[in-house]
Write a protein that binds this ligand. Sequence first.
Ligand code: SIN
Ligand code: MN
Length: 266
Amino acid sequence: MTLTRQQLQQFDREGYLYLPDLFSAEEMGVLRNEAEAIFRTERKEIWREKSGSPRTAFAAHTYSEAFHLLGAHPRLIRPVEQVFGEALYMHQFKINAKSAFDGEVWQWHQDYGTWARDDGMPEPRAMNISVFVDEVLPINGPLMLVPRSHKEGVLKAGHDVSTTSYPLWTLDNATVERLVRQGGIVTPTGKPGSVLMFHGNLVHGSAGNITPYPRKIVYLTLNAVSNYIRTPTRPEWIAHRDFRPIEPVPDGALLDYARACQAAAE
Ligand code: SIN
Ligand code: MN
């Protein structure tokens, strides 16, 4: 899969691209089952909300075959290689649960702010690519993006270590207000299998989820190999040190795996 010139221009101008229904219901079914099984386990890579509900499972591509296949999927890897013009490695991989009733806020932030300050990433040449595992609705805490905010560079931020269980470099209200006056806020919503890619400097956040509908999203952070992190401070399973280029799997690999799981269950 390759992006058109128009899509590349839109990404450059707005800072994000939304690609609905990139994966089928069958492909997403195996990932949803697997995510739910992972969240039922206890391991250091799984962080919980203050309520105890799951918030984030890091590095699932290293211990789950289904997520390994997603993390090397050509429908995700090829478009990002196209944007950066080089091979990629996985800087971070996480499943964000945003659980029914208990999913907490992600404050306004830029991801590259964290990658630069905490991991020593030289340039914003890493891309977040999110895959909707559940349906993302206007009411279950969709990701909110501020279009064109990626043109601002790295904004001043404060390190919030108390609002949620996850430390984050967050932006102040005046900055967010100024950027929203210029660009507005968009909240792409859609079926499982829809994909959203956004620039490392794009300002984003999400509200809590008080609905009965969980909102699981997988985030791959794909970094250009030459832009490997220089001075990491976070654990290896949050900011990976394996800088080898990702070799994409065949396009049908996830579907084959889903069918094999289905056949084994029958
Ligand atoms: C993030 O910005 O890293 C996560 C936001 C979300 O999952 O809502
Ligand atoms: Mn983020």
